[in-house]
Design a protein around this ligand. Sequence first.
Ligand SMILES: NC(=O)C1=CN([C@@H]2O[C@H](COP(=O)(O)OP(=O)(O)OC[C@H]3O[C@@H](n4cnc5c(N)ncnc54)[C@H](OP(=O)(O)O)[C@@H]3O)[C@@H](O)[C@H]2O)[C@@H](O)CC1
Ligand SMILES: Nc1ncnc2c1ncn2[C@@H]1O[C@H](COP(=O)(O)OP(=O)(O)O)[C@@H](O)[C@H]1O
Ligand SMILES: [K+]
Length: 517
Amino acid sequence: MTSRIPVVTAAESAARDRAAIDAGTPSRALMQRAGAAAAAEIARRYGDRLRGGVAVHAGPGNNGGDGWVVAAALRRWGATVRAALHGADEPKTDDARYERARALADGTLDAPTGSEAVVVDGVLGTGARGAPAPFAAAAVERMHVARASGAVVVALDVPTGLDATTGENFDPHTVRADLTLTFGTLKRGLLVARGHAGTIAVVDIGLGEAPNDVGPVLSGAADVARLAPALDAAAHKGTRGKIAIVGGAAGMAGATLLSAEAALRSGAGMARVVVAPESVPVAQTALREALASPWPTDDAALAHTVTEWADVVVLGPGLGRDDAARALAERVLAAWRGPVVLDADAVTMFAGDTARLGTLLRGRPALLTPHPLELSRLAGLSLDEILARRFDVGRELAATLGASVLLKGVPTVISDEHATLVSATGTPALATAGSGDVLTGIAAALLVHANADARATERGAAAAWIHGRAGEIATARRGGVRGTTLRDVLGALSDAWRGDAARAPYPVLAELPAVPG
Ligand SMILES: NC(=O)C1=CN([C@@H]2O[C@H](COP(=O)(O)OP(=O)(O)OC[C@H]3O[C@@H](n4cnc5c(N)ncnc54)[C@H](OP(=O)(O)O)[C@@H]3O)[C@@H](O)[C@H]2O)[C@@H](O)CC1
Ligand SMILES: Nc1ncnc2c1ncn2[C@@H]1O[C@H](COP(=O)(O)OP(=O)(O)O)[C@@H](O)[C@H]1O
Ligand SMILES: [K+]
């Protein structure tokens, strides 16, 4: 059973299939495993609905082949199955032709009527190129109509009309699935286009252990549990770690406070916000658990409030980007040589100056947590380029900086020279101002609290996972995204840390919930 779940492009997916075939598993066996596992998952999840009939829409390639295996299996198990082949009179691959013939050997399959309670999308998978041709667009339209009248739509491998590599969609010619059963690997596009994929389940088809390369792999609850051990029974506030958060220009103290509270709710023993003098009184009143100090004006104050006090320093929340802020950031980074998290303004202020930032950061655990616009400014690349290369761009920059780069978004990608981790938890409830500050605080706590040999990249990935999971829990409690605030997310951190998310049984290797609107 695979433990590392690679997050792949369409080409990488095909290459992994080919490697398994070259290693001795016939392609037909892979197709049969994919189809059989998909049929079993459909029966397990939608057993009650099977009485309402199943429609299978098959395309001309191997994605259609998977569909014929599903059709045959569900019919054997007693469901009324109807099926249609789209785009050809005969499937175009040997395996798909064989599986269609096998499905029809049990008796003809009528064409779908549109009244079936379960619809299976086997029209296009990883072999799709560009916008769906008219035959595929017509099949997608039929699936939209069925879903609008109450059917559940299950996509095999990838929803038709979704680019498996980029997540680009061709709406209205892209399937909106309730469930996507994806085979052996997790396709990048599914993580970008969560709204189209529905629940995503990665199903084992026996491709074998993933190659141990630097390609992206999915982070999950098990990784967090492995990384962050329980707190010591004899812990005191000193051993639980002290986090100094430097930021909070006038009117922006809240950013540091959100970080501080998130750090305290993630295991840290003490948090100190180091803010503009006028922000000190408000910080003290707003978060009684935190210490508050003004920005240091001399070395003694810097030592007292930051360098000789902290275990981890966060730089950036609400810091501002003027000359004074840059001077403060340089002073802190030069005097403090321990673990740092750089966020927001502290990232942006080094725009076009990555060499200087690399000099300041090298030789210690360092995590940058930019959102795509911040990374675009820092790296001097367009926002479109960052988004198009979101799975790779952080690794390249990390090499220049000697630091880990956590690129926020849907999904979040955390990388250094040696590894790329992908965290795919969260809901749009997190898309509000201050959300990044909460993540920063969690990450800071994890720079103290984690197994000693864990790299900053792994700690950052765990932080992103916890942040997103807290967002999911808060959203579920509020019954939707609207009405959920960061206060709810902070309140859900304790449950996120318990990590008790139910795990789907084998052959599901990983499951990502449908994202609520
Ligand atoms: N490889 C394996 O061992 C395994 C693969 N598996 C399964 O196979 C899937 C990949 O199969 P695949 O490579 O046959 O591609 P697939 O997605 O069926 O599409 C190709 C067909 O669609 C056509 N087509 C292309 N673009 C189009 C468009 N825009 N609009 C309309 N048509 C378009 C294209 O036409 P052509 O370019 O040839 O003219 C061709 O006929 C994969 O997702 C998984 O489900 C599993 O069984 C596990 C083992
Ligand atoms: N739709 C979404 N689904 C999941 N996570 C999201 C979504 N929108 C935002 N997030 C997460 O919320 C955080 C937002 O951070 P950021 O953009 O820095 O916000 P801010 O600067 O306002 O604090 C990131 O961790 C991001 O991944
Ligand atoms: K499909």
